[in-house]
Design a protein around this ligand. Sequence first.
Ligand SMILES: [Zn+2]
Length: 46
Amino acid sequence: MRPQANADSGELYECFNCGARTEQLQAAGCPECGGQVRNIASERDL
Ligand SMILES: [Zn+2]
């Protein structure tokens, strides 16, 4: 289940290249450097 009503618990992406974080996934990747971003909100450290 995904709580769509709660905006604050949405996605969080971090750039592999520069470490910039964004809550919205850009089609072009990182808004700062254009690098690849990963979703850190849905991934947890093992
Ligand atoms: Zn970047």
